[in-house]
Design a protein around this ligand. Structure first.
Ligand SMILES: NC(=O)c1ccc[n+]([C@@H]2O[C@H](COP(=O)([O-])OP(=O)(O)OC[C@H]3O[C@@H](n4cnc5c(N)ncnc54)[C@H](O)[C@@H]3O)[C@@H](O)[C@H]2O)c1
Length: 393
């Protein structure tokens, strides 16, 4: 896929906050021409178009008529499906913001439209695209970091009551789901990207403090086909904010600890000390020496994680968009497809199903017959949801 002289002609739909991150990434790439933008608020499109030197279009059809090859969909989650399907029907590829949809039924509707279109759908999960995650993915997949056994996945963020003042926030109709869908999904997606196929889940979703219809804290225990077990916590009540994934393998502990984006320095690897080194240090394998130094720091050769370091690419929109543009122009497959993000949406769906029905959920339970397939509240009466999420009754 390439336009004149090997450039990619792109458009942006939804000219709000995150559209600026897309625009900055495209504008910094000499292989890209930002051709057109569109918003349901014409004044927002005109202002954004003027900033970018692009055309403000009144409709998606007008945008498609400009031979746009890739469109970033940066609209609110509940509008993603109609917008993406319309673009696919015009033959345009889409870079769709997270969460890709607000339920699995919508996701499958997009997948059907994609199957009948020359266009393809890619999803923004920028934390798959920093150099740390790429190394971790490669080294876990080829066994260099051992076999994953235990994992912790935390999105501990803080949003005061006033965050929910906008009319569309804090309710199922406006957001489609709570912070598990809107915030924790970044870490959940990265966890699944690193650990592979998940199989079962048991969860609690609780409303502790915020004026919302859904959870402000959720916890889940998840099993993986490879035998690992992970705990997932998502909170909007955590003043010292952190986004963290920790994976304990047969060979060591891999950890990334950041907030809204990591660099290589946010990743650490703590290898299991070999028996000889541990004995020399007077410790058991896997323990630290007095003073906090790892028992392995006597090793002379760099461990496999340290040895794999290359260019430090932060996890942000620029990283993913750089990868996507390169792949599209070269005719290579780009890995962060719609299909690759379905397990993430399945896990989010299972978390609500488990929490609201009070039972473990298997991934195989999430068929179109499940009430949670069409909406994350399972279509349950509001009072039933309130009761299930209460921590005091
Ligand atoms: N990847 C990330 O780190 C990240 C961060 C923030 C937001 N997001 C996602 O980006 C998306 C947009 O979030 P935002 O914070 O930019 O929202 P926003 O409210 O700032 O902007 C949304 C824009 O879309 C426009 N819009 C609404 N419906 C539309 C429609 N049907 N067609 C065209 N335009 C429409 C609105 O007028 C508004 O200008 C959401 O899906 C959100 O989850 C992702």
């Amino acid at each position: 896929m390439s336009g004149a002289e090997g450039t990619l002609r792109v458009g942006i739909v939804g000219c709000g906050g995150i559209a600026r991150s897309h625009a900055r990434a495209y504008a910094a790439d000499p292989r890209v021409e930002i051709v057109a933008v569109h918003d349901v608020r014409p004044e927002a499109a005109q202002e954004f178009a003027a900033e970018l030197g692009a055309l403000a279009c009144d409709s998606l059809a007008e945008m498609a008529a400009r031979d746009v090859q890739l469109v970033s969909v940066c609209t609110p989650p509940g509008t993603h499906t109609d917008t993406t399907v319309a673009l696919l029907e015009q033959g345009t590829s889409v870079l769709l913001e997270k969460p890709p949809t607000v339920n699995l039924a919508d996701m499958d509707r997009i997948a059907r439209a994609e199957a009948g279109s020359p266009g393809a759908v890619f999803v923004v999960f920028q934390h798959r695209h920093g150099s740390g995650a790429k190394r971790a993915h490669r080294l876990l997949a080829d066994g260099s970091l051992g076999v994953a056994q235990v994992a912790v996945c935390e999105t501990l963020w803080y949003r005061p009551d006033s965050y929910f003042d906008p009319q569309w926030r804090g309710n199922w109709a406006g957001e489609g789901g709570g912070p598990t869908l809107g915030h924790g999904i970044h870490q959940i997606d990265l966890l699944l990207h690193l650990l592979g196929e998940w199989t079962t889940l048991e969860a609690r979703a609780c409303r502790v403090a915020r004026p919302v219809e859904f959870e402000d804290v959720a916890t889940a225990s998840v099993t993986f086909a490879g035998g690992a077990v992970a705990s997932i916590t998502t909170s909007l009540l955590s003043p010292r904010e952190v986004s963290r994934i920790r994976i304990d393998t047969t060979a060591g502990t891999l950890e990334v600890d950041h907030l809204y984006g990591y660099t290589d320095t946010d990743w650490t690897w703590f290898p299991v000390p070999d028996a000889g080194t541990a004995a020399a240090n007077g410790t058991d394998p896997g323990t630290a020496r007095a003073g906090g130094a790892a028992a392995t720091d006597a090793l002379e050769t760099p461990d496999v994680w340290t040895a794999s370091a290359g260019e430090d690419v932060p996890s942000n929109h620029a990283a993913q968009i750089h990868d996507l543009v390169g792949d599209l122009l070269a005719g290579r497959p780009h890995p962060t497809t719609l299909a690759s993000t379905r397990p993430t949406m399945e896990l989010v769906t299972a978390l609500y199903a488990s929490a609201l029905e009070g039972r473990p959920v298997a991934r195989t339970d999430l068929t179109p017959d499940s009430p949670f397939y069409r909406s994350l509240d399972g279509g349950l009466p509001a009072q039933r949801v309130t009761d299930r999420m209460s921590t005091t009754s």
